[in-house]
Ligand binder design. Structure first.
Ligand SMILES: Cc1ncc(COP(=O)(O)O)c(C=O)c1O
Length: 399
């Protein structure tokens, strides 16, 4: 049963002299006598959170209406870590959390292959084990690939280190050996990204310290949680898989995509033709999740119709698959005291201040302290949306 939806459907429209200001007074309501209170739930929200906790097999799960971002911040805060193993290609919320809580990120930078970010293995964490007191991983990544969860979680257990997993892209993996909750002490389910929830609907869970996570969500969650979003998260967590769509998605991946672990991410290599392919797709009213200037990632879900997948298949047949280009690694430069804002072209060969990248996938193309390459400048110029930039300019350290 979906408790929040049931409560919202059952109520007749009432006369609203409460927030929100649109006064519709039916679904988009605030915390009223019958609708419970997310900060200290005892009614319908408690029943929903209890059910989600059971579904996710966690010690405790918390509803979030502020995206995985507030979940990432909450778990970083709850872990009380001071030195965090952090893969370079982590989402910017992880970098922001480290800045906020004074956590030193022990950045792990593996080698990119075929234009794809590296995935951490047990030995990568083992090398820096005496420099860290917690480990942060993203799983699956934006390209549907899973790091060495088994090896790294057993290493964390051996050393008593909490493992935090950003599962913003992996809610649909529940019930499989790839699900973050099988390994993590704290993890985030970005429910809205791959399950049928409204944008910003997410869940953060723990298998260790319920009290610490409760305190954290009390800091980072909004005090005005959206009932439509909460209802959609409960609905999405309980929704049934669509086996026909999953089968078709796997067939598409075999024909056009890279080999990955996640049927919801069809990642097609186009190399230098990627932006042109994206424009062609958009001209045909097909919008992928992102184009990173090398690959185009199509995010699928149980809610896609088979006819939609067939239309995508036809488009890919017409476009033809390309070859991914290899990027040269980033070199480290000299950080300075002061920074200046310069155009992408002027920044070539200079050391970047802050994280800069395409949005999505919202992982750094160039990280703080790395030298911006000509191909980075070209990629930023071609990109539709970027982060860490201002009007086609980027911050670099003054020489
Ligand atoms: C890996 C990862 N973590 C966290 C987030 C933040 O999620 P949200 O946008 O739901 O706050 C994203 C968003 O793209 C993400 O890709």
């Amino acid at each position: 049963m979906n408790h929040i939806l049931f409560m919202l459907k059952k109520r007749r429209k009432h006369l609203s002299f409460h927030t929100p200001g649109h006064k519709v007074g039916k679904w988009d309501i605030t915390e009223l006598s019958f609708s419970d209170n997310l900060a200290n739930p005892t009614g319908v929200l408690k029943r929903a959170e209890d059910d989600i906790t059971k579904c996710l097999k966690s010690r405790r799960s918390f509803l979030l209406t502020d995206g995985s971002t507030s979940g990432v911040l909450s778990m970083l805060y709850a872990s009380k870590a001071k030195r965090m193993f952090l893969p370079r290609e982590s989402h910017k919320s992880a970098y922001n959390g480290c800045k906020l809580f004074g956590i030193t990120p022990v950045l792990w930078e593996g080698e990119w292959k075929a234009g794809l970010p590296p995935l951490a293995k047990r030995e990568d964490v083992e090398k820096v084990i005496d420099q860290i007191d917690a480990v942060f991983l993203t799983s699956p990544d934006y390209y549907g690939r899973v790091p060495d969860l088994k090896g790294i979680s057993s290493l964390c257990k051996e050393h008593g280190l909490p493992l935090l997993i950003d599962g913003a892209h992996g809610s649909h993996l529940r019930g499989t050996s790839l699900y973050a909750g099988e390994y993590a002490d704290y993890w985030v389910d970005g429910v809205h990204k791959s399950l049928p929830a409204l944008t910003q609907g997410a869940v953060v869970s723990t298998n260790v310290d319920e009290g610490a996570l409760k305190e954290a969500v009390g800091i980072f969650r909004t005090t005005s949680p959206s009932y439509p979003i909460m209802a959609s998260v409960e609905y999405a967590v309980k929704a049934k898989p669509n086996e026909k769509v999953r089968l078709y998605a796997k067939k598409l991946a075999k024909a056009y995509g890279i080999a990955n672990d996640d049927w919801t991410k069809l990642v097609v290599p186009f190399g230098r033709a990627a932006e042109a392919a994206e424009s062609w797709l958009e001209a045909h009213n097909i919008y992928p999740e992102f184009c990173d200037g090398n690959y185009i990632a199509f995010y699928l879900s149980d809610c896609n119709k088979l006819r939609e997948l067939k239309r995508l298949e036809k488009a890919l047949k017409t476009l033809g698959v390309g070859r991914a280009t290899e990027d040269s690694p980033h070199e480290r430069g000299e950080r300075g005291e002061k920074t200046e804002l310069v155009s992408y072209r002027e920044a070539i060969g200079r050391t970047v201040a802050g994280e800069v990248g395409l949005f999505p996938p919202c992982i750094p193309l160039v990280s703080d302290g790395e030298i911006l390459k000509k191909e980075d400048a070209e990629r930023l110029e071609r990109a539709k949306n970027t982060f860490g930039t201002e009007d086609g300019k980027v911050y670099v350290y003054k020489r």
